[in-house]
Design a protein around this ligand. Structure first.
Ligand code: 3PG
Length: 391
């Protein structure tokens, strides 16, 4: 946007790397188009500034050089055309150029992961595609954790490089939540396994005032707190890690609230009978599938008094209504909290959609893996290279 305002995009060939990796059904229909919608502003800014615009993205994880019909960005081109009310030609085999572009033109370049060397961030490929443009814009926050030719390599060689408006907004929101947050800073991390989110838990444990855990992760923390969990999903091997996190947080006056009551059943099924029990009364045959009402009330109060909320993962099996009470209450609490709230991750977005609170969450990230890696405190390579170039 700054380059556009300074007139530096006029007449230029602008290459936008977006993340248009959207879910599709078997017939190739796009089932969810948030990422496409979120990528439109960058395209509009460049076109309105008088640039000739090419956009590319990966779609899925195709085998390089082996085109299968499901790999094509054709449905994405159609959706962009619909949203922008104009034609959007799709160009295949674009690495060597050979297509003419005039200012005001917009084309979509076919799935960049079909190009040999894309995934491996091949230097030669990066140099070649960098020659296609005068200005390289990385707006693909969802792929910022991958160092590939279009997300990293070409940023070394394109004459002018910058972050796009979506990338900038994502980094601003995440920075606001984690770098200099309004306190108390509350993180909600839920999911089936501690092991997949251990680095995130450890990284957040050093920063947040309260770390709300949910799902199988909470069960492992309950075990660490000496509570019975019956047949619930948990990782006994990681009990010591959970204890270490709780101890470390307690030392600095922060906490991991452990559920005082839970919703249990004998099976994970929409037909299962749900029972609320105190956490001390979970029986050997029980499976914990949600938090109970007392715990929900406690979590609601924590969220209501938060200055900043970072949300990743539903705290119960919310897809089945009788185990969705905790997630529903938490979603409502986030919606009503005056805190700055940011959410990300596939299941979280599904919960936000189910409980209709998308307008109340301050920022919903388009990143899955990238969002998680940011929470882990990792440097995102796509952003790192832009920063290097800026320096
Ligand atoms: C995502 O959907 O998380 C991004 O588009 C990255 O996709 P990838 O995991 O295939 O790199």
């Amino acid at each position: 946007s700054d380059l556009a305002a300074a007139g530096q995009l006029k007449g230029k060939r602008v290459f936008i790397r977006a993340d248009l990796n959207v879910p599709q059904d078997e017939a190739g229909n796009i089932t969810e188009d948030t990422r496409i919608r979120a990528s439109i502003p960058a395209i509009k800014v460049a076109l309105e500034a008088g640039a000739a615009v090419m956009v590319t993205s990966h779609l899925g994880r195709p085998t390089e050089g082996e085109f299968k019909p499901e790999d094509t960005l054709a449905p994405v081109a159609d959706r962009i055309a619909e949203l922008m009310e104009r034609k959007v030609p799709l160009i295949s085999h674009w690495v060597d150029g050979g297509f003419e572009l005039q200012p005001g033109d917009l084309v979509l370049l076919e799935n960049c992961r079909l190009n040999k060397g894309e995934k491996k961030n091949n230097e030669e490929l990066a140099q070649k595609i960098a020659k296609l443009c005068d200005v390289y814009v990385n707006d693909a926050f969802g792929t910022a954790h991958r160092a590939e030719a279009t997300t990293h390599g070409m940023a070394k060689y394109a004459p002018v490089v910058c972050a796009g408006p979506l990338m900038a907004a994502e980094l601003d929101a995440l920075g606001k939540a984690l770098t200099d947050p309004k306190r108390p800073l509350v993180a909600i991390v839920a999911g089936s396994k501690v092991s997949t989110k251990l680095t995130i838990l450890k990284s957040l444990a050093e920063k947040v005032d309260q770390l709300i855990v949910g799902g199988g992760i909470a069960n492992t923390f309950m075990l660490a707190a000496g509570l019975p969990i019956g047949r619930s999903l948990a990782e006994p091997d990681l009990v010591n890690e959970a204890k270490a996190i709780m101890d470390m947080m307690a030392k600095r006056g922060a906490s991991v609230p452990i559920p005082v009551d839970v919703v249990v059943a004998n099976e994970l099924s929409p037909l299962a009978r749900a029972n609320r029990v105190a956490s001390t009364d979970v029986q050997p045959d029980d499976m914990i599938l949600d938090v109970g009402p007392k715990t929900s009330a406690e979590l609601t109060s924590i969220v209501a008094h938060a200055g900043t909320i970072v949300w990743n993962g539903p705290i119960g099996v919310f897809e089945i209504d009788q185990f969705g009470g905790g997630t529903k209450m938490l979603a409502a609490a986030i919606a009503h909290s005056p805190a700055f709230s940011i959410a990300g991750g596939g299941d979280t977005l599904a919960a936000i959609a189910k409980y209709g609170i998308d307008k109340q969450v301050d920022y919903i990230s388009t990143g899955g893996g990238a969002f998680l890696e940011f929470l882990e405190g990792k440097t995102l390579p796509a952003f790192a290279i832009l920063s290097e170039r800026a320096e």
